[in-house]
Every structure is written in structure tokens, then in C-alpha cells.
Design a protein around this ligand. Sequence first.
Ligand SMILES: [Zn+2]
Length: 68
Amino acid sequence: MPHDVIVEWPVHCPYCDAPFTLLLDTSAGSHTTWEDCAICCQPIQVSVTTTLDGELETVELGSDDDVL
Ligand SMILES: [Zn+2]
């Protein structure tokens, strides 16, 4: 039975600090995606890093303001 590739990852919104849960697809490997906060609707940059085994390694959140 394959292990779950969707990982629930609790985070706090970098804009409004609301707690919510990200659903991360580890089958995609290391990638960056954007999620809209359910509370304040701001776009949150989510940088996902996985190990070579496909295990979730790190999750970093960024806001629009952090880009460049
Ligand atoms: Zn928010």
C-alpha cells in the first residue's frame, strides 16, 4: 500500500496570523505553489522541499512582500 502523498501541514498565515492547514502533495517533489488564505484571501507563497525518498522535509511560507 503506497504511503500518503498528501500531507496535512498546520501553518499560520503570514498576513493575518490565522491558523489553517495546508494540504501538500509530496508526489510533486520540491516545488513552490501559491495558496490563498481562507481568512484574509491574500496569496501565500508555499515552498515545499522533499527528500529523495519523497518525504516532506521543509515547508516555508512567504508573502507577496518577500518576493525579490
Ligand atoms: Zn490570512
